[in-house]
Ligand binder design. Structure first.
Ligand code: PGA
Length: 251
């Protein structure tokens, strides 16, 4: 059975003290969220250790936002999957469109990152999604399908149990423009078929596929009601605990 997940992606926001306060507020609000909705907060690297202390013993899981594509060594400024695991976090986001767009993250690099994350016991939230130009050219199925194939087809059905997919149309991220529930559902259904083609129907049915891109309390309910949408990856609205919890309560 796939999990319902509401994950917050804090991106490069909040100082450490602000992040600790935000995490405390999320943990407090989580008490009202039904047990079958998994809550995850993804914080900057600097916040992982103190936030791990805040979420310890609560239902809120902790995620990083990225990890290195190398195991260890002379890679100044990089943070390895082993380092992440040692902070107590359980997940890492990988392949966010902001990483792909601004930091040259390719599918080939993502294969290395996913391998290292899994090898270090982290679950992965892998982001895919088309940009506006690709959407307008009608290439959204092709782009998302290729991102899934190029990265995830390198893994096994067993490894897929540790991978969550987030469909994030780039044109909807931080723009206030949400994909309609129908637009999102058709891509989610397509992603599930793409997973089924390689790993079989059962693995596809068990894979959680989240929607991300201007998801907020006012639109979450309609999005989450779709058959193939298993929750959300929330950016801006995750910076306010009340909004983040309200989204989780939309399920
Ligand atoms: P947004 O970001 O909710 O602010 O659009 C989502 C994301 O990029 O994960």
């Amino acid at each position: 059975m796939r999990k319902k997940i509401v994950a917050g992606n804090w991106k490069m926001n909040t100082t450490v003290p602000e992040g600790v306060e935000l995490a405390k507020a999320v943990v407090a609000g989580a008490a009202n969220v039904p047990a079958d909705v998994k809550l995850i907060i993804a914080t900057p690297f600097t916040h992982l250790c103190p936030v791990a202390e805040v979420v310890k013993g609560s239902v809120v899981a902790l995620s990083a936002e990225n990890c290195a594509d190398k195991e260890k060594g002379a890679y100044t400024g990089e943070v390895s999957a082993a380092m992440l695991a040692s902070t107590g976090c359980q997940y890492t986001i990988l392949g966010h469109s902001e990483r792909r767009q601004y930091y040259g993250e390719t599918d080939a690099k993502l294969v290395e990152k996913v391998k290292l994350a899994l090898a270090n016991g982290l679950d992965v939230i892998l982001c895919v999604g088309e940009n506006l130009e690709e959407r307008e050219a009608g290439k959204h199925f092709e782009v998302c399908g290729n991102q899934i194939k190029n990265v995830l087809y390198n893994f096994t059905a067993e490894e897929m149990a540790h991978i969550v997919i987030a469909y994030e149309p780039v044109w909807a991220i931080g723009t206030g423009k949400t994909a309609t529930a129908e637009q999102a559902e058709e891509i989610h259904a397509f992603i599930r078929i793409t997973i089924a083609d390689k790993f079989g129907v059962q693995v596809a049915e068990d894979t959680s596929i989240l929607y991300g891109g201007s998801c907020k309390p006012s639109n979450a309910k309609e999005l989450f009601a779709q058959k193939d949408i298993d929750g959300g990856l929330i950016g801006g609205a995750a910076l306010k605990a009340d909004d983040f919890i309200a989204i989780a309560l939309s399920y």
